[in-house]
Write a protein that binds this ligand. Sequence first.
Ligand code: GAR
Length: 210
Amino acid sequence: MSNSFKLCVFISGSGSNLDSIIKKQALHNYEVALVVSNKAGAKGLDFAKNASIPVFTFNWDNNDKDLTFVQNQIKQHGCDLIVLAGFMRILPKGFISAFENKIINIHPSLLPKYKGLHTHQQVIDNKDKIHGASVHFVNAELDGGKIITQTSIAVENNDTAETLGARLLFREHSLLPHTIALIGQNRVQWQTNTLYFDHNKLINPIIFND
Ligand code: GAR
């Protein structure tokens, strides 16, 4: 595994995306080298512990010392990419610029629609017919970085925010590992400020609907 593409995954809660990332390590030839959480009691940390992956948890608020420690840990573990998989805090600008174009986030909406929280409820309230999830690079603007991939699902008449969210989460579990693999294989890569997919400029998001 030592030559594989190394990930640091950030979580805050149940960690089902982390679980799917871990389960697909061999399939996609990447390795989760470190898991970070702002919540010591996050249920998802069990997935990391069960897979013997090092874990670091801390209180994110006003804690520059811990933040510097995390940055050093990420470097020491040789992480190539930071994956925000249900990480519910906004990263400080200094942290983002220290890892420019090396942080991706999964967001439960078809960005640029519905940045921020309560995306499933907004879809229901607005009577949208289609919902989805996006994986994007993280920049200083909340949920505003370049979108890499998306998946979409139909909204049924009897859907609630809960049923919709659960159906979408299932899709996220494929979308995120696939996207990581595209980056690990250098199929998606930055050249100066432009993102390329298979050597073509990435204009529209890559669609994964499986
Ligand atoms: C996922 O639906 C993810 O897209 C969302 O949190 C959930 C985490 O689930 N992320 C955000 O809302 C980020 N703004 P998980 O902990 O079971 O992976």
